[in-house]
Design a protein around this ligand. Structure first.
Ligand code: URA
Length: 242
């Protein structure tokens, strides 16, 4: 054949049948029908392994989390309805296809959610993106709304809500309160995150059972500081600071 086998040891690990593949920590199962977990492919697990590693530098953290964000956006878009659309190809054959009908927008929960905007823009040209700033009140330690800027016709759009870490869900639930107060139906909101906790997913299922959650992985739980474990630490710090 054309391909010559390199001297042994030069190719790296050889292809392995399924039963011989390395085992990885698996996503926690959730029973809520509103949660979609991305297919647990070898690539996704490798990407998650990169961003969870505390030895991963900022440039790599940005690159690999962006790749996961692309997968999340593509998956979320699959939850939106399409209509039949028949077209003619350049060789004059018809093709029975579909097209997406409707308007979407992104809403990022600042600051970490802004890291997911790039993936959304790559998938949806010239998409409108709103922002919501929610921070923990120092005195009450409850989340508080500081700022919001949303498209004026947000109630007519599908909303992709962006926040990479679903811990307790306090901020995201408040963001959904804001969207609902502007007339967005619960059914039109998709909440995208990289890593969710079982507690956060349960809180959502209870408060907003019709909001769809699209996540790459459901982790084991929360620690005493409400960080997700095993998690990846503070997403905003790792993405935005050296
Ligand atoms: N936000 C983060 O950035 N990390 C967590 O683990 C939880 C919330």
């Amino acid at each position: 054949g054309v391909l010559q086998r390199a001297p042994s040891g030069h190719l790296g690990p050889s292809y392995k049948p399924k039963e011989e593949k390395p085992t990885a920590t698996v996503s926690t199962e959730v029973t809520h029908s509103n949660v979609t977990i991305l297919p647990q492919t070898p690539q996704l697990i490798a990407l998650l392994t990169m961003i969870r590693n505390k030895a991963t530098n900022r440039a790599d953290f940005i690159f690999y989390s962006n790749r996961i964000n692309r997968l999340l956006v593509e998956e979320a878009l699959n939850h939106l309805p399409v209509l039949p659309h028949t077209i003619t190809t350049p060789v004059d054959r018809t093709y029975n296809g579909v097209k997406f009908e409707g308007k979407i927008c992104g809403v990022s929960i600042m600051r970490a959610g802004e890291a997911m905007e790039q993936a959304l823009r790559e998938c949806c040209r010239s998409v409108r993106i709103g922002k919501i700033l929610i921070q923990r009140d120092e005195e009450t330690s409850k989340p508080r709304l500081f700022y919001d800027k949303l498209p004026e016709d947000v109630s007519q759009r599908w909303v992709l809500l962006l926040d990479p870490m679903l811990a307790t869900g306090g901020s995201a639930l408040m963001a959904i309160d804001v969207l609902r107060s502007k007339g967005v139906p619960e059914e039109h909101i998709l909440f995208l995150n990289l890593i969710a906790s079982p507690e956060g997913a349960a809180n959502f299922a209870q408060r907003y059972p019709k909001v769809r959650i699209v996540t790459a992985f459901v982790d084991q739980g929360l620690n005493e500081k409400n960080y997700i474990v095993p998690g990846l630490g503070d997403f905003g710090d790792r993405y935005y600071t050296l």
